[in-house]
Design a protein around this ligand. Structure first.
Ligand code: 13P
Length: 251
C-alpha cells in the first residue's frame, strides 16, 4: 500500500523560545507539500508555545521522550498525558541517546510506547546498532532483537512509526549504503509482518542519521524508507525544508 512520507525533526536539547519563529517558518512552508507529513519535536520547555503556533499554521509538534506512568512521584519526568496536555500529538521513544545515555532497556521503551499510545499520542520508536555491531555484520540481528523487545503489543500501524538510526551515523556525517538501509528496513517490516500480519505494511519506517538536503533524495528513495528522522538539519528552515521537498518529490 502507499504510505505517506513522514519527515520529523528531533531538536534534541536545542532551541529556546526564540527558535519558535524557525518552527513557524518550517510549518508554513511544509503546507505546500501536502503529500508529506511533517512534525517537529522540541524540548519539553517549548512544546506549549510551539503547539500554539502549530494550531494557527497547521503544524504537528511532538515530545522526545515520556515516562511510562501517567502521573506520580517521578521528579523531573514528563508523562504522555502531560505531552498531550501541552499540545503534542506525537512522541519519540527509545532514541539511542536515551537508550545509551539513560540506560533505557527494550522493556522501558516498550512501556513508554504503550503509555504514549494509551494517551492518544502517535509514537516514533527508535532502533539502531552501534558501530562495532555493524562492523561485525550483526546489525540486522541486533536491531530485530530491539524490535522484538520494544515494539508494544498494542501495535497500531497508523500511530506507530519505527525510526532506524544507526548510532554511528548520528551527527557524524556518515551514512550506511543504500543497500544496507533497504536491507534493514525490509528486515524490520518482515519481522513486524511475522508478528502482526498484513498491518505491518501500513507502518512507516523512517531512516535517521546525518540526513541532510544533499543526501535526502537518495536515502528517502531507498527500499522501504518512508521518511526521515532528522537531528542537526532540522533546526533551521533553510536546512530542513530541502529534506521535506525531497520527500515531496518522491511522494
Ligand atoms: P543527526 O541528523 O544530527 O545525525 O541526528 C539524527 C538523530 O538522532 C535524529 O533523532
Amino acid at each position: 500500500m502507499a504510505r505517506r512520507k513522514y519527515v520529523v525533526g528531533n531538536w534534541k536539547m536545542n532551541g529556546l523560545h526564540g527558535a519558535i519563529a524557525e518552527a513557524e517558518a518550517i510549518f508554513v512552508a511544509a503546507q505546500a507539500h501536502s503529500a508529506v507529513d511533517v512534525a517537529l519535536c522540541p524540548s519539553f520547555t517549548v512544546i506549549g508555545a510551539m503547539a500554539a503556533v502549530a494550531r494557527r499554521v497547521k503544524g504537528t509538534v511532538g515530545g522526545q521522550d515520556c515516562h511510562p506512568a501517567a502521573s506520580g512521584a517521578f521528579t523531573g519526568s514528563v508523562s504522555a498525558p502531560m505531552l498531550v496536555d501541552a499540545g503534542a500529538s506525537v512522541v519519540i521513544v527509545g532514541h539511542s541517546e536515551r537508550r545509551e545515555g539513560f540506560d533505557e532497556s527494550d522493556d522501558d521503551v516498550r512501556a513508554k510506547g504503550e503509555a504514549a499510545l494509551a494517551a492518544g499520542l502517535s509514537v516514533i520508536l527508535c532502533v539502531g546498532e552501534p558501530l562495532a555491531v555493524r562492523e561485525s555484520d550483526g546489525a540486522i540481528e541486533y536491531v530485530l532483537l530491539q524490535i522484538a523487545g520494544s515494539v508494544p503489543e498494542t501495535f497500531d500501524p497508523q500511530r506507530l512509526a519505527i525510526a532506524y538510526e544507526p548510532i554511528w551515523a548520528i551527527g557524524t556525517g556518515l551514512v550506511p549504503t543504500l543497500d544496507d538501509v533497504a536491507a534493514m528496513h525490509g528486515a524490520i517490516r518482515g519481522a513486524l509482518a511475522d508478528r502482526f500480519g498484513a498491518a505491518a505494511d501500513e507502518m512507516r519506517i523512517l531512516y535517521g542519521g546525518s540526513v541532510n538536503g544533499d543526501n535526502a533524495a537518495e536515502l528517502l528513495g531507498a527500499g522501504d524508507v518512508d521518511g526521515a528522522l532528522v537531528g542537526g538539519a532540522s533546526l533551521t528552515a533553510a536546512k530542513f525544508l530541502p529534506i521535506v521537498e525531497a520527500a515531496a518529490t518522491l511522494g
